[in-house]
Design a protein around this ligand. Structure first.
Ligand code: MSP
Length: 510
C-alpha cells in the first residue's frame, strides 16, 4: 500500500476557529478521503500551534494562564473539526511533551551536523506579532504590516540565535526549479523564486523576550537562556508527530503533502526545507499553497471588522452543504469569496434540486416499478460518459496537475447533471406504461443505469460530502460504507439486486 502522510497548518491558539481555518481543513480532508478511496495508507495530521508571543499576549489580555487558554482552544478546535467531519488520524499540540523534546532534538541535530548554521547576532527590526515574524521594509505600509494592518508593529532589539538561511539560497532555488511539483500552484512557486532572487536573510531561531515557548537547547555565549522562535517550534510539528527523534521519524516521515495557506507558504517552502537540509533529514514531497476565503473581496478578521460566523454558516444547511459550498465556490489554487446569496443559490440548485432530487426520484421509481429491487441492465452510453468524467475527476484530484478540488467537484456534479438529463430523455414513467416484454426490459435497463449512476456519484462525492454520500449510498442499498469503496472498482460497479430504501430527503428545500 502506498503511504500517504498529509498535513495542514497547525492553527494559532489565540482565538476561535474561523472559516479560513475550516476551508483548509476541509480541503485537506477531501484529499485525505480521496487518497483512502484510492487505496492509500493515509495518515492525516492536523493540530494546534500553541506557543509564541501572539498566544502569550492573548492570554495576558484575557487574564488567564497561557496553558489554560490553549487547553480550552484545543478542545474547541477539535470539536469543530469533528462537527465538520474532518477525518484526521492525529491531532498534535505543540505543548505536548513529545513535541517539545522533538524540537530540541532537531535543533541539536542541526548543531551537530552543521555547527555553523546557528550563530549569535544582535538584531533590530520591526516585529509583527500577527505574523510572528520580523518584517522587511517592503512588507510595511504606513507603519503597519501589510498582512495585519490593525496591529502595531513592535521595534525589537535583541541578541539571538540565528539560523543561516542565506546559505541555502542556491539549494532552495534548485529545489523549486528542478522539482516543479515540490511547491504548487505555480503562482506560489514564482513568488518564492522571486523572493530567493531578492536575497534570503538569515532568520532568528530564538527570542529573548518570549516566555511562552520551548527552551532553546543551547544558551548564548553570555549564558542567557532563550526561548525557541515560534516558527522553529511550529514547523517541526510535522516531524515530531511521527515520533522523531524516536526512530528518526522513519516510520512516517517524510510527508507526502503539506497543505498550507499562501500567507505561510514561505515558511513551508523556504525555511522548513532549509531546516531539514541542515539537519540532514529528508524533505517533504510537496507543499500546496491554497488561497484565501474572502468576504466581499476582503480578508475577514475580527480586528478588521469583516465578520463571517463559522457556526452560523454550518448551522444553515449542515456540515456537508458547507463543505460543498466552500470547495465548489472557492478555487483551491486561488482566492475566492464567500457570499450568503451564492450559498443559498448553490444549496438549492446543486444540492436540493440536482443531486438530492435525482436520488429521491430514482429511488421512488425503483420502489414503484420494481418493488424496491434494482433490476439488471447492460452498460451503455451514459456509463462511458461517466468514465470520462471520472478520469477528469482524478486528474484534478490526484496531484498530477495540483489539487484542483473545485474542478474535481465540478466533474462529479456534472455526472449528476447528466443523470437528471437522462431521466428527462428516457422518461421512465412513459416506458412504465408499456405493458409488453420489450417495455419491461427497457425500463429495467433505464432503472439499472440510473442506480449505477447514483452509486458512482455517491462514491466520487464522498470525499467532499462524506455524510450525505453515505446517506445516498445507504438509500440505494449499496453494501457497507461508501468511504470503503475503491475508485478502482467503479468501472465494474453493478447494482443489480440492491434493495433501495427511501430515507429522509438528502437536502430539504430551504
Ligand atoms: N500557526 C501558523 C501555522 C503554523 S504551521 C507550522 C498559522 N496559523 S493561523 O491560525 O494563522 O492559520 C492557519 C492556517 O489557516 C494557515 O494555513 C492560513 O493560511 C489559513 N488561513 C487563515 N485565514 C485564512 C483565510 N481567510 N482563508 C483561507 N485560509 C486562511 O499561520
Amino acid at each position: 500500500m502506498t503511504r500517504y502522510f498529509l498535513t495542514t497548518a497547525i492553527d494559532y491558539s489565540n482565538g476561535e476557529p474561523h472559516i479560513g481555518h475550516a476551508y483548509e481543513k476541509i480541503g485537506a480532508d477531501a484529499i485525505a478521503r480521496y487518497r483512502r478511496m484510492l487505496g492509500d495508507d493515509v495518515h492525516f495530521l492536523i493540530g494546534m500551534d500553541e506557543h509564541g508571543q501572539k498566544v502569550e499576549q492573548t492570554a495576558a489580555q484575557l487574564g488567564v494562564e497561557p496553558q489554560a487558554l490553549v487547553d480550552t482552544l484545543a478542545e474547541k478546535f477539535a470539536a469543530m473539526w469533528q462537527r465538520l467531519g474532518i477525518s484526521n488520524d492525529q491531532f498534535i499540540r505543540t505543548t505536548d511533551a513529545m513535541h517539545k523534546a522533538g524540537v530540541q532534538a532537531l535543533i541539536e541535530r542541526i548543531f551537530e551536523r552543521n555547527p555553523d548554521d546557528f550563530y549569535e547576532k544582535a538584531y533590530e527590526g520591526w516585529y509583527c506579532v500577527g505574523c510572528e515574524s520580523f518584517k522587511q521594509d517592503a512588507e510595511i505600509i504606513d507603519g503597519k504590516c501589510v498582512l495585519h494592518p490593525t496591529r502595531t508593529l513592535e521595534w525589537v532589539e535583541e541578541r539571538n540565535w540565528f539560523f543561516r538561511l542565506s546559505k541555502y539560497a542556491s539549494f532552495l532555488k534548485a529545489l523549486l526549479t528542478d522539482r516543479v511539483e515540490f511547491l504548487q500552484p505555480a503562482s506560489r512557486r514564482n513568488e518564492m523564486l522571486a523572493l530567493i532572487e531578492r536575497g534570503l536573510e538569515d532568520v532568528s531561531a530564538s527570542r529573548s523576550r518570549l516566555q511562552w515557548g520551548i527552551p532553546f537547547p543551547r544558551p548564548l555565549s553570555t549564558g542567557e537562556r532563550q526561548t525557541t522562535y515560534v516558527w522553529f517550534d511550529a514547523l517541526p510539528n510535522y516531524l515530531t508527530a511521527t515520533g522523531f527523534p524516536g526512530d528518526g521519524g522513519r516510520a512516517k516521515w517524510p510527508a507526502q503533502l503539506h497543505v498550507v495557506g499562501k500567507d505561510i507558504t514561505r515558511f513551508h517552502s523556504i525555511i522548513w526545507p532549509a531546516m531539514l537540509k541542515a539537519a540532514e533529514l529528508p524533505l517533504p514531497e510537496r507543499v500546496w499553497g491554497h488561497g484565501f476565503v474572502l468576504l466581499g473581496g476582503e480578508r475577514f478578521s475580527k480586528s478588521a471588522g469583516v465578520r463571517l460566523d463559522l457556526d452560523e454558516a454550518i448551522a444553515k444547511y449542515g456540515a456537508d452543504a458547507f463543505r460543498y459550498f466552500l470547495l465548489r465556490e472557492i478555487p483551491f489554487d486561488a482566492d475566492g469569496s464567500f457570499s450568503w446569496e451564492q450559498f443559498d443559490a448553490r444549496y438549492n440548485s446543486d444540492l436540493a434540486n440536482s443531486w438530492g432530487n435525482l436520488t429521491s426520484r430514482v429511488i421512488a421509481m425503483v420502489e414503484k416499478y420494481r418493488d424496491g429491487v434494482v433490476p439488471s441492465g447492460a452498460r451503455e452510453e451514459v456509463d462511458r460518459s461517466a468514465a470520462e468524467d471520472i478520469e477528469a475527476y482524478h486528474a484534478a484530484m490526484n496531484g498530477s496537475r495540483g489539487y484542483l478540488l473545485h474542478e474535481g467537484l465540478q466533474r462529479a456534479m456534472s455526472m449528476v447533471t447528466r443523470g437528471n438529463e437522462y431521466v428527462q430523455t428516457m422518461q421512465p414513467w412513459s416506458i412504465a406504461k408499456r405493458d409488453d416484454e420489450d417495455g419491461r426490459r427497457a425500463l429495467d435497463h433505464v432503472l439499472s443505469s440510473l442506480v449505477r449512476q447514483l452509486a458512482r456519484q455517491a462514491v466520487v462525492l464522498a470525499p467532499f460530502m462524506p455524510e450525505k454520500a453515505q446517506e445516498a449510498w445507504a438509500q440505494i442499498g449499496g453494501p457497507g460504507n461508501v468511504g470503503d469503496q475503491r475508485f478502482g472498482d467503479l468501472d465494474s460497479l453493478d447494482a443489480t439486486g440492491w434493495a433501495v430504501k427511501k430515507g429522509a430527503s438528502l437536502f430539504p428545500k430551504a
